[in-house]
Ligand binder design. Sequence first.
Ligand code: MN
Length: 431
Amino acid sequence: MTTTKISTDLIQQENHRRQDWLQQDYQALAEKLQRQHIDITTVTAQAQTLQVALPSWGVGTGGTRFARFPGIGEPRNIFEKLDDCSVIQQLGRMTPNISLHIPWDKPDDPTELKQYAEALGLGFDAMNSNTFQDQANQGLSYKYGSLTHTRAEVRQLAIAHNIEVIELGRQLGSKALTVWIGDGSNFPGQQHFSLAFGRYLESAGQIYQALPSDWNMLLEHKMFEPAFYSTVIQDWGSSYLAAKETGERCRCLVDLGHHAPNVNIEMIVSRLAQFGKLGGFHFNDSKYGDDDLDSGSINPYQLFLVFNELVDIQGNMPSFSPFYMLDQSHNVTDPIESLIYSAAEVQRAYIKALLVDRTALSQYQDNNDPLMAQATLKAAYNLDVEPILQMARMQSGGAIDPIACYRASAYRQQCARQRPTDKHATGSGII
Ligand SMILES: [Mn+2]
């Protein structure tokens, strides 16, 4: 029996109020899609299969490099973070797994944490290691790098941390390790490019040796920050080279915010997948840099185009199943609301991508008809698929309008009473 934080009676009451209108909207959309020979129940069932992991650090209020303004009733430990994640899952029904960040959310007792998560109906997705900041009492420093540091003993410390994270993840039922490093340089000449990359390959290889046979190792690239001149794994090219050198189950992870503005990310997706090296995603959105804004809040068309590639790849390769995760920093919203809304935006992009007439698109491509090719994509993108999202949630036991239901539950107000503000609470960076 799953423990629920929101009353199931409340969800039913809230759904009851909206059910008639949903049926009408769903029926109207069903008839419209039928004209294109699309069965809406099939699409709804496909929408229900999409899962996106929640970042454990995402349920706390984030912060920028300038300041953090805490919200009320914030989770004070990993158990309270799981409570909040369970609310997101209960209402939205597409986020049953949590991606942990170690050491930020390192449990004293992994068995206890696993049991706590299971009681809430939650599991664990990819584990995230952290060698971009020094831990308490660490001795050696990552100030000048971790896996690529010039000194072997610093590299060994970073390797050992990653292996420790794998071991922890193994106990929790995770199947992947995500590695992102802040290593790089701030001045021309500070770092020898190829020697640093060579040290990375050597370190990554040692971590890969410790990877269980049913695990994936995901390499996350980032163009800049905290290093502002060069970053060792700065782009998908470096990431691909490193993944290829490291091993078959080492793949690239694409964080949407980790590219230069205007970069064609959907084409990067296609390239990596074509050569079996697309391993996962961190969904978010950005306007200027690695802003970690809510998914789909700035450029929903780009999110759709990414999913258009993913659906196309899946059509050719049914075993294709990358790790999907939200990676956002919530500075001005209630993180629970942002995560519910963002997961739905990812699902919306996926549903629209499923509706693309791929036969027609292929013919327009072959016949060099650019106008109709892009119009085919736009025809799917411009559809209002909200009734499919609502129906998928309701049929899975979630809320037709999850934000309204969450607000009606007064869960945050209850947290405010139960979780007095901790002045020593730490923020989460943008990663
Ligand atoms: Mn990320």
